[in-house]
Design a protein around this ligand. Structure first.
Ligand code: NAP
Length: 231
């Protein structure tokens, strides 16, 4: 069904990103798995069955984003699906009363500005695809009702990422590009920890659905378990 379509996933070397890449490859996508560490990225890409390539991409580094887009352009003139999955959760032992500017900056660089700059860099390719889709991995911590003073930089970074989803939808709807946010649930990864409720297979499900089978008319929304949730 997805034969001939190309998807790019950021932070694809482990966790939910790697599983999203695996499921998309199973569906017939050509997947470009990206990671900031080339060794970890090529290892992850070669461990997945299907048509999976690798590109180095550090979403917190504009030079790396530009280089990745240039390299991508050498193999394809279009991109059907962009999954902004890369993220960090560095809020151990801090709260909104103690979070430093450095911590807030570090988290926003990866979780928020990274996704924004990757969308901008890959827009020429997304614009050439028929019904392109962008999925931003957000979090329940980015919901207005989910904000927690004990998780300051992560919550604010995902709240702002959701804002970016709304604005990119406004800007790209007329170009036929769907843009959505997803909360994957609490998933057993390095970030989610061993006590999380969901395996990676389920954590990847809603993103893969939005990347493939979901009606393309769904855009500018926030999803969990394939259902729209409130911001
Ligand atoms: N797990 C959960 O319960 C949960 C819940 C809600 C939302 N999420 C979101 O889901 C996404 C994936 O989470 P996960 O649980 O799979 O986390 P994870 O296991 O910690 O993996 C995070 C991935 O992001 C990559 N990454 C971090 N900074 C990067 C950068 N600057 N450039 C490129 N890649 C970078 C990491 O690469 P390295 O290996 O190089 O560090 C790794 O591949 C994140 O956006 C997260 O916020 C997760």
């Amino acid at each position: 069904m997805s034969k001939g379509k190309i998807a790019l996933v950021t932070g694809g070397n482990r966790g939910i990103g790697k599983e999203i890449a695996r499921q998309l490859a199973t569906k017939g996508f050509r997947v470009i798995l990206t990671a900031r560490d080339p060794k970890a990225g090529t290892k992850a890409a070669s461990s997945i069955k299907g048509d999976v390539g690798f590109l180095a991409l550090d979403v917190a580094d504009d030079k790396s984003i530009t280089q990745a887009a240039e390299s991508f352009g050498k193999e394809s003139d279009r991109l059907d699906v962009l999954v902004n999955n890369a993220g960090i959760y560095p809020d151990e032992g801090v709260d909104i009363l103690t979070a430093t500017r450095a911590l807030l900056t570090e988290t926003f660089q990866a979780n928020t500005f990274g996704a924004i700059r990757v969308i901008q860099a890959f827009l020429p390719f997304l614009s050439r695809a028929d019904q392109a889709r962008i999925i931003n991995l957000s979090s329940g911590y980015g919901e207005i009702g989910g904000l927690s003073s004990g998780v300051p930089s992560y919550c604010l970074s995902k709240l702002t990422l959701n804002g970016a989803t709304i604005m990119f939808d406004q800007a790209l709807r007329s170009r036929g590009i769907a843009v959505n946010s997803v909360c994957p649930g609490w998933v057993r990864t390095d970030m989610g920890g061993p006590n999380a409720s969901l395996p990676v297979e389920e954590g990847a499900d809603t993103t893969v659905w939005l990347a493939s089978e979901a009606p393309h008319s769904l855009s500018g929304k926030f999803f969990r378990n394939r259902h729209e949730i409130s911001w």
